[in-house]
Design a protein around this ligand. Sequence first.
Ligand SMILES: [Cu+2]
Length: 338
Amino acid sequence: MSTNLVQQLSEQDLPTHHLFNIFSKVRLMLIAGLLLLPQLLAAQWNATVGAESNDLGRQALAFLPNEIWVHAGDSITWTVTAAEPHTVTFLTDGQIRPPFNVGCPGFSAGSATFDGTSCITTGILSKGEKFTVVFPVTGNFKLVCLIHEDMTGIVHVLAPSQPLPHDQEFYDRLAQTESGALLADRDAAKPKHRHSHNGVAVGGGEIVATGAGSDTLSVMRFNDPVITVHAGETVEWTNEDSVTTHTVTFGTEPQDPFPPSPNVTVDPDGARHGVLNSTSDSVHSGFLQAAPQDRVGLAQASPEVTRFRVTFSKPGIYPYICALHDGLGMKGKVVVLP
Ligand SMILES: [Cu+2]
């Protein structure tokens, strides 16, 4: 082949070369596009954590909604909308539930990815704080709050080829309906047992079952915030909430609210009992809480203390708080007449 002919052939080839170049560019762009597509198509979903009445006294301890269907690659942003603190936590199957202050161990802030193989949790989230979770793989993942035991949900992560049953608008409406129903529940605030005429119900709660677990309403109030008795009489407080812990605290708040103050004794029926001889004295019930639900495969939980009695020997006005929920307005007063 002569040099001339080679030159001629390559000149003939020129347009083909040019076309090939364009195609390869387009093909590269397509490949890049396909690689980026999941990210471009990944949806961002929104949900809320907690809800409350205007006076903060009624707290919905719930993921609203507590069941969401998304595609692999999608993310969900949870926003806390109540003054009661919560966590957004995904534990792994079989993992022992850790205390909220320990975390997974450790905490994620802002955002995290959950694929079921290692747990993720926020620390305590305050009102207005957000947490985003990306779900890269399919699966059905349980969502919990490490502070409130009967506050659970499920995220169903489907393959992108599967249709999703609901859109964001549906979830927004569902969240509103669920929080409205929880906060409007009036049974929780009604004292269920009256053991004495000087009895005060401490809080009150109801667990509402859903297809994805449970939502809880807790009433963060003393049902008789002002009670009047005579000197020498005893007032009895009973925590009627099976989920939420409360305290009855007169005077100085202890550093550690878990144990009762040293001047508290135990009555034969297990109730704690203190005596106040002066309005400047302090006495603290420690945590008043119900025993947890039993479950097959777990050790039997011992009865917990839900009841606290205080005998008032001298007249006066004795203000008290729940050391855990005074910020929500959980305060009371005992007026002791001569
Ligand atoms: Cu409380």
